[in-house]
Design a protein around this ligand. Structure first.
Ligand SMILES: Cc1cc2nc3c(=O)[nH]c(=O)nc-3n(C[C@H](O)[C@H](O)[C@H](O)COP(=O)(O)OP(=O)(O)OC[C@H]3O[C@@H](n4cnc5c(N)ncnc54)[C@H](O)[C@@H]3O)c2cc1C
Length: 238
């Protein structure tokens, strides 16, 4: 049976897979390095803002793919050997195909802004683009205010981010996996340094019990002088 491999499980790859299935019984494999299942990229910003949970961005139930005999494979295609009709994954695994559809999406645009190519300057694009935030929670209200200022909830609705589990370690955007200032104490100036160090640990998989699985990008937000001095870093190994 002819095997059609599709690289990319975004709207293009998935639409192609669904139409091929409607028209034929060919073997179909959809490949993505980003997520197990298709999700609506356009809804990603609403997840970051806390208006939706990530699961709400998945228009198909997980059983849909088995039922329609569409195989899903998570992995990054490093090389295409067109003469052998073989895909080579970053872990060395190989997959042969008869026909190949490349639906790998686009890349964020840049316009020559100063600093745009500095290490750690990233775009909001993939699900993995922001994994967690370390924020200055010197008082409970400070973290509530920060949640709203990050845009995770509307003003006055920070409590929703807590009620809905958005900022939990397993949530859509964990805040203070370190335990924050209660967890670590608050040697004032040193707190900001500690946050950056936590970001470095998280993004190099060295954060032990506080590790967010697979974290590659962490934001920090430190406050001094009742909000007159604010410092933020993005720590990234992407
Ligand atoms: C925050 C945000 C908001 C947006 N809002 C809108 C909107 O309101 N309206 C609108 O029309 N458009 C919007 N867009 C644009 C829209 O999301 C994209 O045009 C669309 O997702 C492109 O779909 P695609 O299937 O071509 O690629 P993608 O959705 O980019 O999917 C490609 C997939 O291929 C995977 N991939 C790439 N290379 C490899 C490889 N070598 N191996 C394995 N997998 C690989 C990627 O990880 C990705 O999962 C928005 C985009 C963003 C980021």
């Amino acid at each position: 049976m002819e095997h059609i491999a599709i690289i990319g499980n975004g709207i293009s790859g998935i639409t192609a897979a669904r139409h091929i299935r409607k028209l034929s019984n060919k073997k179909i494999t959809v490949i993505s390095s980003e997520t197990d299942y298709f999700f609506s990229r356009t809804a990603l910003m609403y997840v970051y803002m806390g208006h939706m949970k990530f699961k709400h961005t998945q228009p198909y139930e997980n059983w849909f793919w088995d039922k329609n005999d569409i195989a899903l494979k998570k992995g990054f295609v490093k090389q295409i050997d067109a003469s052998q009709k073989t895909l080579i994954f970053s872990d060395g695994e190989q997959l042969t195909f008869d026909k190949l559809i490349i639906a790998t999406g686009s890349k964020p645009n840049k316009f020559g802004w100063p600093g745009q190519d500095l290490k750690g300057v990233v775009s909001l694009y993939h699900k993995q683009d922001l994994d967690a935030i370390e924020t200055h929670d010197c008082f409970s209200i400070t973290e509530y205010m920060a949640i709203e200022h990050f845009g995770i909830t509307k003003p006055g609705e920070a409590w929703k981010a807590i009620e809905e589990g958005i900022i939990e370690k397993s949530g859509a955007l964990p805040i203070n996996p370190s335990g924050g200032l209660i967890g670590l104490g608050h040697p004032v100036g040193a707190t900001g340094i500690r946050m950056v160090l936590d970001g470095a640990k998280q993004t190099t998989d060295n954060a032990e019990d506080m590790q967010i699985n697979g974290a590659k990008t962490i934001a920090t937000y430190n406050v001094g002088g009742s909000g007159t001095t604010n410092v933020s870093f993005i720590v990234s190994t992407k």
